[in-house]
Design a protein around this ligand. Structure first.
Ligand code: ADP
Ligand code: MG
Length: 310
């Protein structure tokens, strides 16, 4: 059966450009997979979106492929619109999206499940002006951004006032986490299955926006060359987090592993992404490919596993 799939992309978050790249690539993969595809660049015009999804003249897409990132697209807001309009959509629903987008809230859920997180706390951004909230090195991040937008590592000698100023764009409160040295890992989950563990080796100082989206700056090693107990635990935690948050379809969980700590005690979960990057070169699709799932097949799998509002 040929379905009409509407790819929602763009939006107006700081991750707009990333979303447009994801969206176009997904649209292409969906067409290759035999779907009828309509691309839609989401603007802050709810009336237009509603008319697009359910035209007054009748019809409209059978399913939405959500390729949005960041606020409104990844945090449960657009999911709420799709629920109300009873349009099936890919990825997670309202609650899972909202929790995953809110890093402090997600940390509460992870710790309640027995997953380790970096020691951390939420503070008033202005408190940074009074000095270090914990011993350096530590990480300052916005409560609800992605793509490393607004993430700062504060090391010895760094200017804290500059960090405080840079965070001003993201609200009054920030999340502070102890810096976890060592290795960067990520795990994609598809349905009830953790696919693989990838190790990321950025050639810059940390895995920032540039390292994420500039070709060749970051090396992806899949399967990650880490001990079996770390590999298995990373997969187990990603699946546990996905299920506990009530995620749907595909998600991707980011972790760090401090290999100087004994056994698995250096493994921590950083966050779960309900709308991970979706170009053929992105991390989750790369793991799917490693598992034998082609780009068009992955697109079809996602549409087949769309969430159906009741
Ligand atoms: N506590 C931490 N210790 C070390 N590195 C961190 C820590 N928190 C974040 N980072 C680095 O910053 C990157 C982005 O942080 P993350 O929490 O995944 O937010 P997002 O990807 O949503 O911007 C991580 O991939 C990691 O490289
Ligand atoms: Mg991340």
């Amino acid at each position: 059966m040929t379905r009409t799939v509407a790819v929602l992309m763009g939006g107006w978050s700081p991750e707009r450009e990333v979303s447009l790249v994801s969206g176009r690539a997904c649209a292409e993969g969906l067409r290759e997979g035999g779907h009828r595809v309509v691309e839609y660049d989401v603007k802050r015009d709810l009336r237009a979106l509603v008319e697009f999804l359910r035209p007054a003249a009748g019809g409209g897409p059978d399913v939405v492929f959500n390729a949005l990132h960041g606020r409104y697209g990844e945090d449960g807001c657009v999911q709420g619109v799709l629920e109300i309009m009873a349009v099936p959509y890919t990825h997670s629903g309202v609650l899972a999206s909202a929790i995953a987008m809110d890093k402090p809230m997600a940390r509460h859920v992870f710790t309640s499940l027995g997953l380790r997180v970096a020691s951390g706390k939420v503070i008033e951004r202005r408190a940074l002006a009074a000095g270090d909230p914990m011993p350096r090195p530590y990480v300052v991040k916005p409560l609800d951004q992605g793509s490393s937008v607004g993430v700062h590592i504060v090391r010895e000698g760094d200017n804290l006032a500059a960090v405080e100023l840079a965070e001003a764009a993201f609200g009054e409160r920030v999340l502070i986490e102890q810096f976890v040295p060592g290795r960067e890992l990520t795990v994609a989950v598809m349905g009830d299955h953790a696919v693989a563990v990838t190790e990321l080796r950025p050639r810059t100082r940390f895995y920032d926006y540039e390292a994420k989206y500039t070709d060749g700056i970051t090396e992806h090693l899949v399967p990650a060359p880490v001990p079996a107990e770390i590999y298995d635990l990373a997969k187990e935690w990603a699946l546990t987090a996905h299920q506990a948050l009530g995620c749907n379809g595909l998600s991707r969980t980011d972790l760090r592993w401090d290999e100087s700590q004994p056994g698995t005690s250096g493994l921590v979960v950083l966050e779960l992404n309900t709308q991970p990057g979706m170009t053929p070169l992105s991390l989750a699709p790369e793991q799917a490919k490693w598992a034998g799932i082609s780009w068009p097949d992955l697109m079809t799998w996602m549409v087949d596993h769309a969430r159906h509002p009741s």
